[in-house]
Structure formats: structure tokens, C-alpha cells
Design a binder for this molecule. Structure first.
Ligand code: MG
Length: 168
């Protein structure tokens, strides 16, 4: 079960306090894209998340997108627009390779990085395998790849038993 552990469960990524990161010596954030920073397949990032990203960057904490995307051009475009790093192409979570590439791009060690995502079986497992601090957020939108919705979400519910952060 330890691969499924989460150090924090938050409603949104923007609820993650800079002080919490700094207290732990976190210098890099490896982040999922879809349903974590952006609504699934949309390019739009909620304004509170844009403001949070600005604050993170101002605190000199690097950010790298790590996405199991099927649209690598969209991923690269969003990363460029936000002024952050990205692991090119499909990151292959829960495999370790994408997370390791992200750490390399951020020039940080596993214990200096946090993995943020909305899915236990890809984001949290990938982060835990490489030894990152892990933060699970509630998915931004309901519209998801059908396989994710039907299989992973029901299994997540069984494991989390309603422990996700409450909607506000
Ligand atoms: Mg996601």
C-alpha cells in the first residue's frame, strides 16, 4: 500500500501553501496536467492556479509538467505559455522514467521535490516510486477518458474511503 500513500490531500493545487513546501526544503514541483492544473483536454488554467504558479515561481521553486498525454504539442504549448518545464511526450506514469526526467530538468533530488496529481494509480504511484513527497488533489473536471472514469475512479474510492479533500 505504500506506493499509494499521499502526504497531503487537497481540493486544488492552489491550496498547497508555499510555507509547507519551503519547510520541507522542496525546490521542485513535478505536476500532472489534466484535471490537476487544467480541465481535461482544455487549455484553460483556472485563475487561482495561475496566481499560485506565479507565487511558486517567485519563490524560486521550479515546476515541471509530467503528463500521460496523447497530445504532446498541447503539453509543450501549455508549458511554454506558463513558463515552466515539461517532460516531452507521454510521461508513462506510473513508470519512473517521466518523474526522473522531470527531476533532471528541475535539477533537484527526489527528496527536494513534490509530485502533484489527481490520480492515485498514475501520479501518486509514480511519485512514490521515485521517493517524492506526494500531494493528491481533487480532479478539476468530471470529463475524463472513459477508462479513467470507470475503472480508476471506482478503485480510488475504495482505497480512499471518502478521504479526499471535501469540496468547498
Ligand atoms: Mg490527471
Amino acid at each position: 500500500m505504500s506506493l499509494l500513500k499521499t502526504d497531503r490531500m487537497l481540493r486544488r493545487v492552489s491550496d498547497l501553501e508555499l510555507a509547507w513546501l519551503q519547510e520541507r526544503g522542496i525546490r521542485g514541483i513535478v505536476s500532472d496536467l489534466d484535471n490537476t492544473l487544467a480541465a481535461w483536454h482544455g487549455d484553460e488554467i483556472p485563475s487561482e492556479i495561475l496566481a499560485w504558479l506565479d507565487a511558486v515561481k517567485a519563490a524560486r521553486i521550479g515546476v515541471c509538467l509530467c503528463s500521460n498525454t496523447r497530445r504532446p504539442a498541447r503539453l509543450a504549448r501549455i508549458a511554454q505559455t506558463l513558463g515552466i518545464h515539461h517532460v516531452p511526450g507521454n510521461a508513462g506514469k506510473p513508470g519512473r522514467a517521466g518523474v526522473l526526467k522531470a527531476l533532471e530538468l528541475l535539477a533537484v533530488l527526489p527528496n527536494e521535490a513534490v509530485m502533484i496529481g489527481d490520480q492515485l494509480f498514475t501520479d501518486m504511484v509514480a511519485g512514490n516510486r521515485v521517493g517524492l513527497t506526494t500531494v493528491l488533489v481533487n480532479p478539476l473536471a468530471d470529463k475524463e477518458f472513459i477508462g479513467t472514469k470507470l475503472i480508476s475512479r471506482n478503485a480510488e474510492k475504495l482505497i480512499l474511503r471518502g478521504e479526499r479533500a471535501r469540496p468547498r
